[in-house]
Design a protein around this ligand. Structure first.
Ligand SMILES: Nc1ncnc2c1ncn2[C@@H]1O[C@H](COP(=O)(O)OP(=O)(O)O)[C@@H](O)[C@H]1O
Ligand SMILES: [Mg+2]
Length: 592
């Protein structure tokens, strides 16, 4: 999708430019001062030297009065140049640091506003890299702009003005050679870009394999495949080394073999022309030779930088564009402009003619689904895996929007509520809870920011978290590991339940909340869940029917449709699919 890539590049450039414009004075100084510094350091001293030499050549005695102004210009220029650079870098450091700070913050804000579905389609690892490089590349972008672009162009303009005074043809030589080199080299730079892209792609393959292996270390061990993984790694490293050398060699052996001679020709042409100019009657004399040679040597240095300037700007913008691309699609789950107030009355839940398809699925999962759960009613949602139970729960949370129909909570269309208000009405225990890499206590307290330690403790007790928390090295202060790896699946579920208990919301959504527990713990926790459901509207998804058999009503879902509905006894009496499943799960021994 080249159109999309271009749009992303433009957006990245716009975002960076917006950051630069935020502090116009500071940015202006950061860009100008290094350029002025370069003029002072490299372009003024030759003028002083040339002036002085002219006087000597003219046969003047070097009295203090003659020397002083030239020495003052010489020393003054060097000192001023140093000051310009120090002040310029001082400003540039601030432009970089504040700009990156704002980009780190706004980048995360953009991600936090994304739809839930977005995170199913993008790996967290790749998002992390993209959002962080988006901010960090800004430094490289601004530095290249200040140090290599403005700090080369402005002195070049200054040099042109000075050389023009001697003879306009000197300017022609200088600018002509630079233009010629740029034209000759630019197709090569584009070719080189393809080589760099190939190298970067090999880097992605290399790092992807390292991450994949390390994340599956248990499998690597269990299948004794260390050697295989190491060999594959070595193969990818070798490929990366090969492509790296190809792109480096192209730089050294192709591009710079053009730039080098061009630079020599420019310097030689300049010298010859300056000699001709200098010896002209009434001409500028020896000063022209000294200044021309000094300026050309300095200015043709930029020829060797073309490649690098292009590469650095291209790289920082490409990296930034990888993030900007994510911003091209705006989030679709948004707060209404004027949200209705959070409902405070009965918290019934209603799905009304809901039609919904997951992205990438041609057939809708739900087509005209109706479901009403009264205030205080407890409904068990059962059915084959893939039936759409989890999807219903996620739609109720408004993690995604329905295509048609509506969902009401407490009588209000959930799209008319602020998302935070809707979610404050709901306590949710997900199917496969993952934890933050924070302490156990913090993971529970996540359910209600500002909860007291006593409240967290009570919630932990209700969800039977205390039973294992006491055995952890630091109790509630134990870090649970990335995604909660140091806890078992059942322990993570108990933490998620404690979080929901602490939430204390009128609507309870439990998605296989006890699936990872053994039967004994499940019996304990089931009691806690029953207590939690008292006086609340609850929808509990369960695979094991015994956990929901006691609910007020059971709804059997199959391929997005409600196929059976009623109490446990009613469904058994009806002798349909539920009754069959119940007999299978209870081993045919337990009756109604
Ligand atoms: N994020 C998703 N993207 C695409 N399809 C999905 C996504 N989540 C679920 N599905 C599909 O939707 C159907 C219902 O899934 P789900 O609601 O998780 O069922 P259940 O919880 O009843 O097992 C399945 O066919 C599943 O493959
Ligand atoms: Mg599910």
């Amino acid at each position: 999708m080249p159109g999309r890539r271009k749009a992303a590049l433009r957006l990245a450039l716009r975002l960076y430019a917006r950051e630069l414009r935020r502090r116009p004075l500071l940015t202006g100084l950061a860009l100008l001062l290094p350029a002025l510094g370069s003029i002072c350091l490299h372009y003024l001293p030759p003028l002083a030297v040339a002036g002085l030499v002219s006087r000597i050549v003219a046969g003047e005695a070097l009295s203090t009065a003659v020397l002083a102004p030239y020495l003052a210009l010489f020393v003054g220029a060097l000192v001023a140049g140093e000051i310009c650079w120090r002040c310029g870098i001082h400003c540039l450091n601030r432009v970089d640091a504040y700009g990156m700070e704002e980009l780190y913050v706004s980048g995360m804000d953009e991600l936090l506003a994304k739809d839930a579905a977005f995170f199913h389609e993008n790996f967290a690892g790749s998002l992390t890299k993209r959002v962080l490089t988006f901010a960090s590349q800004y430094e490289d972008f601004v530095d290249t702009l200040a140090f290599q672009i403005v700090a080369n162009l402005l002195p070049l303009a200054f040099a042109s003005v000075v050389l023009w005074q001697f003879d306009p043809r000197l300017v022609l030589v200088l600018l002509g050679m630079i233009t010629l080199t740029a034209v000759a080299v630019s197709p090569l730079i584009r070719r080189r870009q393809a080589l760099v892209d190939a190298r970067e792609a090999s880097w992605v393959r290399l790092s992807g394999h390292v991450a994949d292996t390390l994340m599956n270390m248990d499998a690597v061990r269990a299948y004794a495949s260390e050697l295989r993984e190491a060999a594959e790694h070595e193969r990818r490293v070798r490929e990366h080394r090969r492509l790296t050398l190809v792109s480096w060699d192209y730089n050294n052996l192709r591009i710079d073999t053009i730039v080098g001679p061009m630079s020599i020709i420019a310097n030689l042409a300049g010298l010859l022309l300056a000699l001709a100019v200098a010896t002209r009657d009434g001409g500028p004399g020896v000063a022209a030779v000294i200044v021309t040679v000094a300026y050309l040597a300095q200015a043709t240095g930029v020829l060797f930088e073309f490649n690098q300037i292009w590469r650095r700007i291209e790289r920082s913008l490409t990296e930034a564009a990888q993030f900007a691309e994510l911003l091209l699609d705006s989030p679709t789950v948004l707060d209404p402009e004027t949200p209705e107030p959070r409902p405070t009355g009965p918290a019934d839940v209603r799905l009304d003619g809901v039609r919904f398809s997951h992205t990438g699925h041609a057939e809708p999962l739900f087509d005209g689904l109706d479901l009403h759960v009264c205030d205080g009613e407890r409904v068990g949602l059962v059915g084959r895996s893939g039936g759409g139970k989890t999807t219903i729960i996620r739609l109720l949370l408004r993690l995604m929007d329905v295509d048609e129909g509506r969902i009401l909570v407490g009588g209000r269309d959930i799209t008319r509520l602020a998302q935070a208000d809707l979610r404050s009405l709901i306590a949710y225990v997900p199917q496969d809870p993952v934890m933050f890499h924070r302490t156990l206590g913090e993971n529970i307290a996540f359910g209600r920011p500002g909860a007291t330690a006593a409240e967290v403790h009570a919630a932990a007790a209700a969800a039977h978290v205390l039973e294992f928390a006491d055995a952890l090295p630091d109790g509630f202060d134990t870090l649970v590991g990335e995604r909660g790896v140091k806890l078992s699946g059942g322990q993570r579920q108990r933490v998620a339940i404690a979080r929901a208990v602490l939430r204390d919301a009128p609507v309870l959504l439990l998605d296989e909340a006890t699936s990872a527990l053994d039967s004994e713990s499940e019996a304990h926790i089931q009691q806690a869940l029953w207590r939690m459901m008292q006086g609340r509207t609850a929808i509990a998804v369960a695979h094991r029917l015994s956990t929901v058999a006691g609910m007020d009503r059971l709804v059997v879902l199959d391929r997005g449709r409600v196929v059976e509905e009623g109490s446990h006894a009613e469904l058994l009496a009806a002798g349909g699919g539920y009754a069959q499943l119940w007999r299978r799960q209870s081993g045919g021994f337990l009756g109604g």
